[in-house]
Design a protein around this ligand. Sequence first.
Ligand code: HEC
Length: 114
Amino acid sequence: MKWIINFILLMIFFLTAASVNAQQSGEVSDAAKKEYAKSCASCHGKDGKGNSGMTKMLKVDISALNLTDDATSNKSDDELIKTTQDGHNKMPAYKGKISDKIIAEIAAYIKTLK
Ligand code: HEC
């Protein structure tokens, strides 16, 4: 009987360890990817390289919309989160429109597009 209890405790241990790992590696939820596609891709492109069709309308260079170049990739997640929350020049502010948690995940997602 005792081994069954030990076995169950061991399983609980592994399951907890696995879920902690998933959170620490900054895994991006489907909700965050969907939010990017809905709110960001129109300007930054589905692949993050920038939507060239928007450059004329926004009067910006394609490099401003490209989130996969070094200029963006070299920035910390915190910087990307701040720009997304507060906006910058033609970049709209999303504070209060998208939850802090999802914005943080989108920042991590942007890095994966490189
Ligand atoms: C209306 C078009 C538009 C939309 C929609 C938009 N952006 Fe932007 N974004 C811009 C522009 C333009 C810039 C460049 C701003 C500047 O000149 O600094 C920018 C810059 C950024 C930067 C800074 C890049 C860097 O190198 O510092 C981040 C991060 C970013 N956007 C993320 C997002 C996210 C996340 C979303 C969706 C929630 C989003 N953007 C939606 C237009 C847009």
